[in-house]
Design a protein around this ligand. Structure first.
Ligand SMILES: [Zn+2]
Length: 304
């Protein structure tokens, strides 16, 4: 009995040991597998987060481009349609009032995912509004051909590479007195004798000497627009003459209060001197337009 009992005990102990070993092996295998899965998921998660961050930055870039287009569009509205541009409220209206982002809030990286989704929504909406806005501008162009011919739309001298662009419209340092003063036009540096062109159809209103501006030509374009070309060296037009956009009207110089050869160009809209940079839309593509805005903005010292 005792022998039998001892044998049974040994068998039991061996079985138990085998069972424990099997269990241990199982647990080891399982935990090894699980940790491998966790490691893989972690790697994937990191990669996804990186992708989301890249996506977020790319959306920022796209929104920046969109904002440039909007600015240009707004200028078109002010100039062409003489209407208020699409309001900031309409442009930036997102889906913020709805709960469309709620489902995403439960995610671990909710802030990032919601942020990217919101940017994408904003861009989609802005693209739609922009395309509607362009449709209106195209409609306007079709119905106002005569007015468009009389709207200043090119630069007063040939400036394809923009290297003649000098000081723009805005507060600038006076070249003679060194004080800050408002510059009501745009300066184009060029050699004396450079051809100066009418920037739109119209009638020469006057040619003559003006205090500070020197030899000046002024064109009346109708529709409330006038343009002025100053510091000239010679006239190639006379008062009362009808001109077309691109016609030679004068030669550049440095007459009047001027610190160097240049053309000072002004656009007058209903009696107000406005920023000429909004009136080059037949001359410049989007890229050059942005360049000329930057050049004119960053040119601190006017030539007068
Ligand atoms: Zn000037």
């Amino acid at each position: 009995m005792q022998k039998k009992g001892g044998f049974r005990a040994i068998v039991l102990r061996v079985l138990l040991t085998l069972l424990l070993m099997a269990a241990a092996a199982g647990v080891t295998y399982l935990s090894f597998g699980t940790s491998r899965t966790i490691r893989r998921l972690r790697r994937e998660n990191t990669a996804l987060l990186t992708q989301y961050n890249i996506l977020s930055h790319r959306l920022d870039d796209a929104l920046d481009v969109m904002s440039d287009i909007q600015q240009r569009d707004d200028n078109l509205y002010r100039v062409l349609l003489m209407a208020d541009p699409v309001s900031e409220h309409v442009r930036s209206a997102s889906y913020a009032s709805t709960n469309r982002y709620e489902a995403l809030e439960s995610l671990d990286d909710a802030a990032l995912v919601v942020n990217v989704t919101q940017k994408m929504d904003l861009l989609t909406r802005q693209l739609y509004i922009q395309s509607e806005s362009f449709n209106q501008v195209v409609g306007f162009f079709k119905n106002h051909e005569d007015m468009l011919a009389h709207l200043p739309a090119i630069q007063p001298i040939s400036n394809n590479d923009l290297k003649h662009t000098a000081s723009g419209y805005g507060s600038r340092i006076d070249p003679v007195y060194g004080t800050v003063r408002f510059h009501y036009g745009m300066d184009f540096t060029c050699d004396i004798g450079t051809p100066v062109f009418a920037t739109a159809d119209g009638r020469i209103a006057s040619t003559g000497w003006e205090q500070g501006y020197g030899m000046t030509v002024e064109i009346d374009h109708g529709y409330g627009y006038r343009t002025r070309y100053c510091h000239l060296s010679a006239y190639r037009s006379r008062p009362g003459q009808t001109v077309k956009r691109g016609d030679l009207i004068a030669l550049s110089g440095s007459t009047g209060k001027s610190t160097g050869p240049h053309v000072h160009y002004e656009v007058v809209q209903r009696g107000q001197k406005v920023n000429p940079v909004n009136f080059y839309f037949m001359d410049l593509d989007a890229e050059h337009y942005e360049q000329i805005v930057n050049l004119a903005d960053n040119h601190g010292r006017m030539l007068d």
